[in-house]
Design a protein around this ligand. Structure first.
Ligand code: GDP
Ligand code: MN
Length: 388
């Protein structure tokens, strides 16, 4: 789960990570009042879950409360387009107004799980404020990575190495060690999956400050954090993915034209590969999971169909624990409740596959039944091309 910058800053502050003072506003008047309280120059920052807001025009440095109001009225309500949003952008509902910082240097500090090492990895770089993926790709030597032993946790020598890699000197090393340790503590205590401070700045007066803050949380641990769960902003998520999660279904939005209903992540990957191989690409995939019943299939199908990009549907189910006849019943029921006028290709294999196909063929609905994966993919791609 993702949260907004201002929410991350509130959490980090509680863990003694230094962050600028500020407040969140949903109207220009509120922004003006916050700027007045803060005094001096402030920064008005669009709150959306995507990064790259600065380049997209979502961050404005202002001199006084009146300018803060004007900036907020420009930013609130805008469809902010960044390299992480997609071309239609993301509607801004609120801004974070914070004390402006006189920046000397912009650094990078991040913590992620490195799956190849099965360890948390802390990354530090002096190349902050810019796209870290690009730094990692073109000049990886500019990033120091330190793996953390899960049983021991962050050790002080590791924090010092990271602080030195940030180019800190004198008292800043102590500040850096405290900063890194505080960020790590916040990460562990809240079950983060990612924490990123980009930029971590050294101010002109020599202090370290988290100027931006990104925290993602491990969904499987959210049950332990009722307070963090409350921070979820479903407006920032894909509407169909949100609806799917309400039914405990996994749905992923993609940018192609074939709607894919599958069971299991592995089959989802294989299905997407073969759709691509056959010459089209998936609009989404919806994983109905293991213990599927008629109701779940019905909801899954309804959600899949409400994606406007879907030109044809491929249902690819391998019946292990899931019985194919139940899937077939769910699809038939869903289709009789909905008005569907796009082609559907179904491939059922495994437990009760024959019965499943029988149910489909006995219904008065239109399907293409395919036996093999290749045949199914080719049929659905042909259907997409026919529909276009
Ligand atoms: P992002 O573009 O979504 O990653 O948003 P950031 O919060 O990282 O801000 C982008 C850039 O805006 C930073 O790298 C800074 O250069 C600039 N910026 C943000 N806050 C301040 C501030 O208080 N003072 C100054 N001078 N620049 C700021
Ligand atoms: Mn940033």
């Amino acid at each position: 789960m993702k949260i907004h910058e201002y929410q991350a800053k509130e959490i980090l502050k509680a863990f003694n990570v230094p962050v600028p003072n500020g407040g969140v506003a949903t109207t220009p008047e509120e922004a003006e009042a916050i700027a007045k309280d803060l005094g001096g120059t402030t920064v008005v920052k669009a709150q959306i879950h995507a990064g790259g807001r600065g380049k997209g025009g979502g961050i404005k440095l202002v001199q006084n409360p009146k300018e803060a109001r004007v900036a907020a009225s420009d930013i609130i309500g805008m469809d902010l387009v960044t390299h992480q949003t997609g071309p239609e952008g993301q509607k801004v509902k609120q801004v974070w107004v914070e004390e402006a910082t006189d920046i000397d240097r912009e650094l990078y500090l991040g913590i992620v799980l490195d799956r190849s090492q099965s360890r948390l990895t802390i990354m530090a770089s002096q190349a902050g404020g810019i796209d870290i993926e690009e730094v990692a790709a073109s000049t990886p030597e500019k990033i120091l990575k330190v793996a953390i032993h899960p049983g021991i946790g962050l050790q002080s020598f590791q924090a010092r190495r990271l602080a030195l890699a940030l180019g800190l000197e004198g008292d800043q090393i102590r500040q850096g060690v405290a900063f890194i340790t505080a960020l790590y503590n916040a990460f562990i205590a809240t079950d983060c999956s990612l924490a990123e401070i980009n930029p971590l700045v050294v101010s002109k007066d020599g202090n370290l400050l988290a100027l931006d803050a990104k925290m993602n949380f491990d969904d499987n641990a959210l049950y332990r954090h009722a307070d963090i769960q409350e921070l979820r902003d479903t407006d920032e998520e894909d509407a169909l993915e949100v609806e799917a999660s309400e039914f405990d279904l996994n749905s992923i939005k993609l940018d192609g034209e074939v709607g894919c209903m599958v069971n299991g992540a592995g089959l989802a990957m294989a299905t997407m590969d073969i759709v691509k191989h056959a010459g089209s690409s998936p609009a989404n995939f919806l994983d109905v999971g293991g213990g599927t019943n008629v109701e779940r299939v019905k909801n899954a199908f309804r959600i899949l169909m409400s994606d406007g990009d879907v030109k044809a549907v491929l249902i690819n189910i391998f019946g292990g624990i899931v019985r194919c006849d139940r899937v077939a019943e769910g699809v038939v029921q869903a289709l009789s409740d909905l008005t569907v006028n796009i082609p559907i290709v179904i491939r059922l294999q495994g437990t009760n596959a024959k019965e499943g196909v029988q149910i489909l063929q006995n219904s008065d609905l239109e399907f293409t039944v395919a036996l093999g994966l290749k045949e199914a993919a080719e049929a659905v791609v042909e259907a997409v091309k026919g529909a276009a």
